[in-house]
Design a protein around this ligand. Structure first.
Ligand code: KIV
Length: 277
């Protein structure tokens, strides 16, 4: 059964960890649901791991919508969060229109957006309109260049304090879940302890209320780079290359298709086809 926001909140109260994994299409969504993962994120990381962009910045609302629809078709029973792409929530009006589409057309249960105190008014506008919002602080990939690149955030006193302030501001604005990306475990611990809403960590240590990773990273399907916080549970990319190479070789050697992959005619039809000549 699809978890509710209330149930996700209860999981924090009862210290049950929340699992979240990204998915971007129908088959990945089916596998994630079959594995029993609590929540699916259609992350704008799809721009990099599926569409081959250099960052998440070029991702459009149409692309997020397209992938959200496919994921929803593959995972009808799983709570589904979709990322709002860069500039799709630059104003409250824009945010309402785009988030509304992800929920109404895409089938998402909630939207996620990046930022702290600077996006509080957007979070308020969305939650007032009845759209559930997930916050995302720490390393925020859409604005990574402003943050000095893909580096750990909150390492000095003032930036650590700012992250804690941002977390409280987002909770107060109505966010029901908060992603903490790439920050010292002590900062994530403090935020997770002080907040009532669950925190989901990625490169933020064990003390978050749940953990999220990228589908392609844990399965070894994205080999351009691998951050320190990723654990690879399989190397499917290499398995795929081997399988594809076997297909290629068998075509060259005329070993494929074999009899079991081939259709034939009955003797009677063959006789009629060629015998009457
Ligand atoms: O886009 C994404 O996949 C994300 C997660 C990794 C948190 O935002």
């Amino acid at each position: 059964m699809r978890k509710t926001i209330l149930e996700l909140g209860k999981m924090k109260q009862t210290s049950e960890k929340i699992s979240m994994l990204t998915a971007y299409d129908y088959p990945s969504a089916r596998w994630v649901e079959e594995a029993g993962v609590d929540t699916i994120l259609v992350g704008d990381s799809l721009g990099m791991v599926v569409l081959g962009y250099d960052s998440t910045v070029p991702v459009t609302i149409e692309e997020m919508l397209h992938h959200t629809k496919a994921v929803r078709r593959g995972a009808m029973q799983t709570f589904l969060i979709t990322d709002m792409p860069f500039m799709s929530y630059a104003t409250s009006d824009l945010a309402l229109m785009n988030a509304g589409r992800l929920i109404k057309e895409g089938g998402a249960d909630a939207v996620k957006l990046e930022g702290g105190q600077n996006v509080v008014h957007i979070v308020q506008a969305l939650t007032r309109a009845g759209i559930p919002v997930v916050g995302h602080i720490g390393l925020t990939p859409q604005t990574a260049s402003q943050l000095g690149g893909y580096i750990v955030q909150g390492r000095d006193l003032s930036s650590a304090k700012q992250l804690v302030k941002d977390a409280h501001a987002l909770e107060l604005a109505g966010a029901f879940l908060l992603v903490l990306e790439l920050m010292p475990k002590q900062v994530a611990h403090q935020i997770s302890t002080e907040l009532k809403i669950p925190t989901i960590g990625i490169g933020a240590g064990l003390d978050c209320d749940g953990q999220v990773l990228v589908f392609h990273d844990i399965l070894g399907l994205f080999e351009r780079f691998q951050p320190k916080f990723v654990k690879q549970y399989a190397q499917l990319g290499q398995d795929a290359v081997q399988a594809i190479k076997s297909f290629h070789d068998e075509v060259k050697l005329s070993h494929f298709p074999a009899t079991e992959h081939t259709f034939g005619l009955s003797d009677e039809v063959i006789q009629k086809l060629y015998g009457d000549k």
